[in-house]
Write a protein that binds this ligand. Structure first.
Ligand code: GDP
Ligand code: MG
Length: 441
């Protein structure tokens, strides 16, 4: 599998400190081969390896990781990006509009099964779905939908196999409105291959019904065919998202990896088995971990990342204790805050600080002001950043001009900064009384 291939790739990296071009090039050559063997689209592979190479060469190897693990970290992050990084759901109608979903795809991809699976998901959200049998060609297709609908306790609308799909769809919408259904899912007919009749029929439904979600169902096991099918469907009728089925049987992961990159359309859900409960929201990060198959390494990376934040927080609180806190530390603390969720989480690690002091310090770094503060500090010279005492009126004027802000704002910030420092100076005394030591969660 791809993950097994990749496991071997990273063992031979030797350099310490920074990743060298030779390290990265060698590893990425193997990654490229592994991805191609996993049936990832070749254009996607090329773009992917370029991005990773660009990012990796010269990047620092994080403490606690070896160079190989560092490359894995970057590969993992870029795999997540490739799949769209965010979780995407179907679009629900607003203002009382019925949420319409048209399921499209080749025969056998899993449309009918997934229609019923999706109905279950929609019901869990408190909606009332109606399933519509628009596949009038495949023998027993209507019956299959009815059986699955019954299992999910969801009503199925059908006019048998003598009426045209457009008429069935129109009547289903009228029925849904009359009977208070708020989600309507159309199960359509597929063909073994892309074919004009099928596309025309789907286009006809789309031009007669206000379809909010055109969802393409593809079989993961068909690999690159799934990607080509996605591109063609998107070109011919326009799709909003993809549901990838049979991921339970897919060992390569090529389709899951390429679809977003090739079509620009996200994967919303993944079919993980034949049972109607086997449908999962698609998480790009989990998929990347699964493809890399390096649970141990990935959790090691998470740990190393947490350590780095902890190190920085530790250094910062040491400085706070010595009251040698300067504007550079302020900048660092702002970055830390973004990561750690607020100054309070840094200062909260300090013993002997009470909540009103905390509130006062935090008042100086109100979120809305952060961008201004950053601009002010960046307009200071290195000497000024290290020594706040240098800041005389003429320097402050220069800084205000450089930051594009009013002098009053610079004065206010510097004053708040000095107040915070005074408060920090008092802290070692409070700590001297033998309270708790340093603690980290
Ligand atoms: P349609 O022709 O697109 O409507 O496809 P069907 O819904 O009839 O599904 C075709 C076959 O794929 C059926 O045997 C399903 O049970 C099977 N199937 C669908 N989704 C999945 C899945 O996520 N995993 C597995 N293992 N089988 C699936
Ligand atoms: Mg079907």
């Amino acid at each position: 599998s791809l993950s097994e291939k990749l496991q071997g790739v990273f063992k031979n990296l030797r350099s310490k400190g920074r990743l060298t071009e030779a390290d990265v090039k060698a590893a990425l050559k193997e990654v490229k081969m592994a991805l191609l063997e996993a049936d990832v689209n070749f254009k996607v592979v090329k773009q992917f390896t370029n991005t990773v190479t660009e990012r990796a060469i010269g990047s620092d190897v994080m403490n606690g990781l070896n160079p190989g693990q560092m490359v894995i970290k970057i590969v993992n992050e870029e795999l997540v990006n490739l799949m769209g990084s965010e979780v995407t759901d179907i679009t629900f109608g607003t203002g009382g509009a019925i949420t319409t979903i048209m399921m499209v795809g080749l025969q056998g991809a899993g449309k009918t099964t997934t229609t019923a699976k999706l109905a279950g998901k929609v019901k869990q959200k408190g909606k009332k779905p109606l399933l519509v049998a628009c596949d009038i060609y495949r023998p027993a297709a209507i019956e299959q939908l009815q059986i699955n609908g019954k299992k999910q306790d969801v009503e199925v609308f059908s006019l048998g196999d003598k009426e045209k799909p457009v008429k069935i769809a129109k009547e289903a919408m009228a029925y849904a409105k009359k009977n208070g259904f708020d989600v309507v899912i159309f199960d359509t007919a597929g063909r073994l291959h892309i074919d004009e009749d099928m596309m025309n029929e789907l286009a006809a439904i789309k031009s007669n019904i206000d379809i909010l979600n055109t969802i393409l169902v593809v079989d993961a096991m068909t690999g690159q065919d799934a990607v080509n099918v996605s591109a063609t469907f998107d070109e011919k009728i326009g799709i909003d998202g993809v549901i990838i089925t049979k991921l339970d049987g897919d060992t390569r992961g090529g389709a899951a990896l390429s679809i977003k990159a090739v079509t620009g359309k996200p994967i919303l859900y993944a079919g993980m088995g034949e049972k109607l409960s086997d449908l999962e929201q698609f998480h790009p990060d989990r998929m990347a971990s699964r493809i890399l198959g390096m649970g141990d390494v990935l959790s090691l990376i998470e740990k190393a990342e947490a350590e780095i934040d902890k190190d920085a927080a530790m250094q910062l609180s040491k400085k706070v204790k010595k009251a040698s806190f300067d504007f550079n530390d302020y900048l660092t603390s702002m970055e830390q805050m973004k990561k750690l969720g607020g100054l309070s989480s840094i200062l909260g690690m300090m013993p002997g600080i009470n909540s009103s002091q905390l509130a006062q310090i935090e008042g100086a770094v109100d979120d809305k002001k952060l961008a201004h503060i950053e601009a002010i500090i960046l307009s200071m010279t290195p000497a000024e950043r290290e020594n706040p005492k240098l800041l005389n009126p003429s320097r402050k004027h220069r800084i205000a001009a450089g930051a594009g802000l009013d002098i009053a704002e610079v004065n206010r910030f510097v004053k708040q900064f000095e107040q915070s420092k005074k408060m920090m100076k008092q802290m070692p005394n409070m700590m001297g009384k033998g309270r708790r030591g340093m603690r980290f969660p």
